[in-house]
Structures are given as C-alpha cells and as structure tokens.
Ligand binder design. Structure first.
Ligand code: TLP
Length: 338
C-alpha cells in the first residue's frame, strides 16, 4: 500500500531507533534531560530565537503558544481555514478562552487591510486583539508558502499595534526549502513559531515552540498545565534532533515527487489538481467525476493507494520521507491502470 494520507505516517528509521536507544535522559520537569536540552538549544539557534520548548505535538505547541501570548477573552486574528481553527478541537477557545476572529484568505494570505481593520480599537465594548496567527506552509491551500514580503508586512502592522505574531510552522522547513530561504529568516517576522518534527522531518513524535526566553518560560508552565511536562523524554527528543540534522536537505525531493504525482493525477485520472504544487501537498477536486471524495478514496485504496479526504469533493495526497522515487513511479503506474 502506498500511503499518501499525510507526512505524519513515516516510520522511524533504523538509525533513528538506534539514536533513541542510546539517548542520554533525565527528568525534564527538573530541566535535567540532556537530550531535550540539546534539542531545544539547537532548535532555538536554528531559528535565531532565544529559547525553545519541546512539546508532544503541533496541537500542544500551538495551544501553549496561545496560552502564553493571550489572556482569556482576547481575540486572535487568523484565516478561516487555519489548522488552529479547523482541526485542533477548539482548544484555543475551550482551554485558553480565546475568541477567534476568522478572516478570508487566498493561499493562506489574509488581506493586510482586513487584518488592519480587524484589530480592535480601545473601547469598553471590545475584546482586545491578543495575537495575529499565520500558517506557513498553509495546509488547506495545498502547502502554499507565504511570501517573505507578505510576512514582513503582517509583522510590521502587528508591531505598529503592539500585537505579537505566531506562525504555525508545522511545515516551515518545507516553506524554507521551496522558497530557498532559511527558517531563521521566516521566523524573523514572528514572535513565536511552532514547528513539527513528526511531519516532513520524519521523527516519530514531537514539535518545538521557539520564541523569546520570557515567552518560552511562560509556555513551559502552560505545557505543564496541559499535562505535557515529560520525564525521561530524551528518547523522544533524540530522534527529533537527528531529524533536524539529517532530513532537512532532502525535503526538496518530496516537493519534486509531489510535482510528478500531480502531473500524473491530471493525466491519468478524471480528478483535477486545484493547487499550485509548491511543496509536498496535492489537492485534487473530484467535482464532475460522478464520485465524491469517499468513493474515490475507496477506488484508490482498492488499487493500492491511500489518500485523505479534505472535504466531500477534495482529496489530499501528501509526499514524505518514506516515499521513494520508485514508490512514486509505482504510484504513477497504479494511476495509469486505475
Ligand atoms: N496536520 C495533520 C492533520 O491534523 C490535518 C495533517 O495530516 O496535515 N498545524 C498544521 C498546519 C498541521 O498541518 C498540523 C497537523 C498541526 C498543526 C498539528 O500537529 P499535530 O498533529 O502534531 O498535533
């Protein structure tokens, strides 16, 4: 079975398992896990930020960021298809008491004027705007990269209004690889970034939140509150560090594979690819094919390919570390014979 449901499905390599079994560990709630400390220091320096925090998942990292940046009743400006809004169980509202001010977007970009118009003025009736939220790459638009110039404009607007900016950078290394820039440069237009070790980078567990020392100290406390204070978790941090040191440069292969697959989907199936494939995600529309997403997923599965439904009409295919060039060729052959 060729599994294209997500880049989260990768298996830790032999080398990663070896690194895990040999990891030095200690109690991280006491700040004594050498592997976690090394990972956090490495991540902070990679992103040009003061400090970093290892968290169990992207969802936990995003929620810890919301809790550290905002007070209950404050508003977060974000796009209406952001992962935080759609797929994180309403945690920002349920657990952080944040009100979400969702805006339209195009390829992950909310209009600067609309962000500006949504920032709350001082008025006894209004909630305060506590945070501006960006997602890079933008999952629902098909892994689109936010242009640096856009990020710069949003950050300038935020700074003029004294509002922090957070990037949900679950796939920020894909953004950096596709745009030929560094994560440090992207992160320079935000106060905090959450990125995932367990997506394109291929680690089995974990995400990292980076930001100022003050923000990370606060997020560490919030993570404890969320039940994320881990003990000898160096066994989980070590493969993350290994992933950061070995799996960044190869992400462009995932992007090339996604482009090849997108062409094959266009050519050999009635589905139409609706995103510009910039990174590792392909979105294909089933409209007018006589079958909906669920029915197409069954057809694909019966032919050895797994993909994911993003809506009743849109199917997502995601390339990743465990998909070799040979697998791509096999997938194309399977598509030809559907
Ligand atoms: N995304 C998953 C699913 O939840 C949809 C996927 O397969 O793409 N931010 C972004 C932009 C994400 O895409 C995800 C996961 C998260 C945050 C949450 O990360 P985890 O799954 O580690 O909590």
């Amino acid at each position: 079975m060729i599994d294209l449901r997500s880049d989260t499905i990768t298996q830790p390599s032999e080398e990663m398992r070896k690194v895990m079994s040999e990891a030095l560990v200690g109690d991280d709630v006491y700040g004594e896990d050498p592997s976690i400390n090394e990972l956090e220091e490495f991540a902070a320096s990679l992103f040009g930020k003061e400090a970093a925090l290892f968290v169990t998942s992207g969802t936990q990292g995003n929620l810890a960021a919301v809790l550290a940046h905002t007070r209950p009743g404050q508003e977060i400006i974000l796009d209406k298809e952001s992962h935080l809004f759609l797929y994180e169980g309403g945690g920002a509202s349920a657990l952080a008491g944040a009100q979400l001010r969702i805006l339209d977007h195009e390829r992950g970009q909310m209009k600067i004027e609309e962000i500006e118009a949504s920032i709350r003025a001082e008025d006894i009736h209004f909630p305060e705007t506590g945070l501006i939220w960006l997602e890079n790459t933008h999952n629902r638009s098909g892994g689109n990269v936010l242009p640096l110039s856009y990020m710069k404009d949003v950050y300038a607007l935020a700074q003029r209004n004294n509002i922090p900016v957070h990037i949900d950078g679950a796939r920020i290394f894909n953004a950096a690889a596709a745009s030929g820039t560094s994560v440090e440069e992207i992160a320079s237009y935000a106060d905090s970034v959450q990125f995932c070790l367990s997506k394109g980078l291929g680690a089995p567990v974990g995400s990292i939140l980076v930001g100022t020392q003050q923000l990370i100290d606060s997020a560490r406390k919030k993570r404890k509150m969320l039940g994320g204070g881990l003990r000898q978790a160096g066994v989980l941090a070590a493969p993350g560090l290994h992933a950061l040191k070995t799996n960044i440069d190869r992400l462009k292969e995932d992007h090339e594979n996604a482009k090849m697959l997108a062409e094959a989907i266009e050519e050999h199936t009635p589905l139409s690819v609706v995103n510009t494939v910039e990174t590792n995600i392909i979105m294909a529309d089933t409209t007018g094919t006589g079958k909906n997403s669920g029915e197409w997923l069954s057809v694909f599965k019966n032919n050895g390919i797994q993909a994911g439904a993003m809506s009743p009409t849109i199917i997502r295919f995601t390339t990743h570390l465990d998909l070799s060039k040979e697998d791509v060729q096999n997938t194309i052959d399977l598509l030809k014979n559907l």
